[in-house]
Design a protein around this ligand. Structure first.
Ligand code: FA5
Length: 344
């Protein structure tokens, strides 16, 4: 029995040594397995060896092994309690430190203005439609009554990707797509991005947003166009804002107009104003009565139906309403600028 007793002593010392290195629950678990595992644990192996002792020696040897087992068990349990107590101890909190401010995301000012425009038209019973930013020549020009090689195309500095595909120069192609799909009465607006091969200046960008509008029904007149646009502009800019309609030309409307708004950036008093050029007015939209040829292109009877449409520049509206002298401020990603528009 002597060799077994020695091995029990050695095992106890080995265990005591290992116990000093219990740094975390994983090490503790490994130790438990190594010593106490029923199949391969060191103690299980000792118990196995009991069988090789004479029967008379077995009870004493077995008793010694059990004492060691209880010892190991209780030390491991104690180590586990100590570990649990230190790891769940409350973290040290310094209540005098200033809090960490969270930066919330927010809609871009142009999105806010678009939403405001949409809300006004939705309240008048308009629906919202969308169309593709890459268009065919047919939808961007031909269906809107710009024949190939017609000089009117020169006003739209177009970015072609192939002979037939282009980045849409305005949101007006959505009018055609909607009229092909739906029969009157139609009352829609279409917000979206448009692209032109333009040199940027204080009020022009090569990429900007428009909101298109289209109304088609029986008995529609220019008075509906004027009344609805006036209502929209006064709701958006305030009752007192000065508006003027100027005669203009678009191949897809007849008669056509452009709408200017008083320059709220300089108040009309700065001859050098980069926004209005000293005129006191800034154009914000084009509009007109839908040309009968456009109705024919989408199989709507121009004898029965009439309609009006408009296309408004979102950046222009936003810069005038926020009195900003530079259109590109919206695209410079300067957080100091953008945060001014955050909804608090
Ligand atoms: C058009 O794009 C026509 N499709 C509008 C229209 C629709 C007329 C329906 C009749 C019926 P225009 O090119 O003028 O028209 O552009 C309309 C508005 O977009 C302008 O009044 C202006 O507010 C804005 N806009 C035009 N070019 C730029 C630009 N380069 N940068 C920023 N805004 C622009």
């Amino acid at each position: 029995m002597e060799p077994l007793v020695q091995r029990i002593d050695i095992l106890r010392r080995t265990f005591d040594e290992a116990c000093r290195g219990i740094a975390d629950i994983k090490v503790l678990q490994d130790l438990r397995n190594k010593f106490l595992s029923r199949k391969r644990g060191y103690l299980a192996q000792l118990l196995e060896e009991l069988k090789s002792l004479p029967v008379s020696e077995r009870p004493e040897a077995g008793g010694r092994i059990n004492v060691l087992k209880d010892y190991i068990q209780s030390r491991l349990d104690e180590a586990e309690r100590t570990l649990a107590a230190t790891t769940t101890a409350s973290p040290r909190i310094d209540l005098s430190l200033p809090g960490r401010t969270r930066l919330w995301g927010a809609p871009h000012p142009l999105m806010l203005v678009t939403q405001e425009i949409e809300a006004i038209f939705l309240s008048m019973g308009f629906a919202i439609e969308e169309g593709p930013e890459i268009e065919t020549d047919y939808y961007n020009f031909e269906a809107l009554n710009f024949p190939p090689h017609h000089p009117a195309r020169d006003d739209w500095d177009t970015l072609y990707t192939t002979d037939n595909l282009l980045l849409r120069t305005h949101t007006s192609p959505v009018q055609i797509r909607v009229m092909e799909r739906r029969k009157p009465p139609i009352r829609i607006i279409c917000p979206g991005r448009v692209f032109r091969h333009e040199t940027p200046d204080a009020t022009h960008l090569p990429m900007f947003y428009q909101v298109e509008g289209l109304v088609v029904d029986e008995g529609i007149t220019f008075a509906n166009l004027k009344g609805t646009l006036e209502y929209f502009l006064k709701t958006f800019f305030g009752e007192k804002v000065k508006i003027r309609f100027r005669p203009s030309f678009f191949p897809f409307t007849e008669p056509s107009a452009e709408v200017d708004i008083e320059c709220l950036v300089c108040g009309g008093g700065d001859a050098q104003c980069r926004v209005c050029g000293g005129t006191g007015w800034k154009e914000i939209l084009g509009a007109g009565m839908v040309d009968p040829q456009v109705f024919k292109n989408v199989n709507i009877d121009p004898e029965r139906y009439a309609g009006w449409a408009f296309g408004l520049g979102v950046e222009r509206v936003a810069m005038i309403s926020h009195q900003l002298p530079e259109i590109k401020s919206f695209y410079e990603n300067d957080l100091r600028f953008i945060r001014q528009f955050m909804i608090k």
